[in-house]
Each structure stands twice: as C-alpha cells, then as structure tokens.
Design a protein around this ligand. Structure first.
Ligand SMILES: Nc1nc(=O)c(N)c(NC[C@H](O)[C@H](O)[C@H](O)COP(=O)(O)O)[nH]1
Ligand SMILES: [Zn+2]
Length: 184
C-alpha cells in the first residue's frame, strides 16, 4: 500500500536529507546484524515531506497503519534497539508549520517501545529556523542522539543542492562547524 512516490527536484525551501531505520541487536558491537526496517528521503512521498517523516510513513504504510500510529507497528524485539540514521539533525521546527520530525520520532515512544537512538551527520544549519531544537526535543522524549562527524561536506552538498548558491552555503556551514569546533 505504498503511496505514489515521484521524483521531485530539490527546492530552495528545505534541505535534501536521507534517513534509514534499523533494528539493532544490543549484543552486536560490529552492527553486522542490523536489520533495515525502512528508508526515506526528503520529498519522497507526496506533499511537503521530510526524510524522517517518509521513513516512518513508509514503514506505517507497509504495515497497514496510519502515519500517526507507526509506533504501534514498530517491532519491540527483546535485546534489540530501534535506531534511525539521518544525514541531518531531525527538525524541531518547520517554517511550513508541519509537524517536526523530532516530534514524530518522540511520538513513537510509548511504554518503553519506539525509537531509542538517532545518529546524524550535521546539525541543522541556521538557514530556516536559526538555532535548531531537534536534539533537545529528542532528549526530552528519552531518545538518545549522537553526532557522527566526518561526512559534513558530502551531507551539506546534498542538503543544499536545490538552493540558490549551494557552494557558498556549504562553505559557510563548514566554516560555522570549524568555528564551533575551535570554541569547544
Ligand atoms: N532533518 C531534516 N530532514 C528533511 O528532510 C528536511 N527537509 C529538513 N529541513 C529542515 C528545515 O528547517 C525545513 O525544511 C524548513 O524549516 C522549511 O520547512 P518545511 O520543510 O517546508 O516544512 N530537515
Ligand atoms: Zn524534519
């Protein structure tokens, strides 16, 4: 029951992001036993959709539940965790006013079930909403998060692809990351 997905060119009003949802054994240090549960990318599904939103919506539609009930369809396998990797920090606010992804991820948490950890490769640049609050929202929902460094340039080149001057925005964002690092 996959909803129609259609290739759409990148736009200047959001970022191009990718997400993947895994079930991970708690006793597998090499992550070799990871099971892919779903994937999603910005604008994959009709409407003004985000990568994490599509990843969850794809899982919901394959399991025949409404998007908002995806938490009930997620597996609760003993000694396994549900982990999402997203190229960019899940949004905590969206200029469109649509439900932010951090809120969607938080909504999967119920009685100890749901998504336990999110990894991402860049914090959200300040382009649209300034200081990002996605991580704070994840922490508040009891979802761990971790920044995986080293892929910033590749991630930002994809994220800014539909913008007016992607090269300049990538450079500015990388400079911002360098400044933050020096401050730390
Ligand atoms: N993590 C993440 N995944 C995405 O797929 C995506 N597009 C964004 N983008 C965050 C950015 O803050 C919003 O795209 C703007 O705030 C505009 O909001 P809309 O996207 O129009 O709701 N962030
Ligand atoms: Zn989002």
């Amino acid at each position: 029951m996959h909803r129609s997905s259609y290739p759409i060119s990148p736009r200047p009003t959001n970022f191009r992001v990718g997400a993947i949802l895994l079930s991970r054994s708690d006793s597998d240090p090499t992550f070799a036993e990871d099971t892919i549960l779903s994937t999603g990318y910005t604008m994959e599904l009709a409407g003004n959709t985000h990568a994490e939103q599509c990843c969850l919506a794809n899982f919901a539609s394959v399991h025949g539940v409404a998007d908002e009930d995806v938490g009930s369809a997620l597996p609760a396998t003993p000694r396994h965790s549900l982990v999402m990797y997203v190229t960019m920090e899940p949004c905590g606010k969206r200029l469109s006013g649509n439900t932010p992804c951090a809120a969607r991820l938080a909504a999967t948490r119920n009685a100890g079930r749901g998504i336990q950890k999110v990894y991402f490769g860049v914090k959200e640049p300040g382009t649209f909403v300034g200081e990002s609050v996605g991580c704070a929202m994840l922490s508040e929902a009891g979802i761990e998060w971790e920044y995986v460094s080293g892929f910033e340039k590749e991630i930002l080149e994809v994220a800014f692809a539909g913008h007016e001057n992607p090269a300049r925005e990538v450079e500015e964002a990388l400079e911002g990351i360098r400044v933050e690092r020096e401050k730390a």
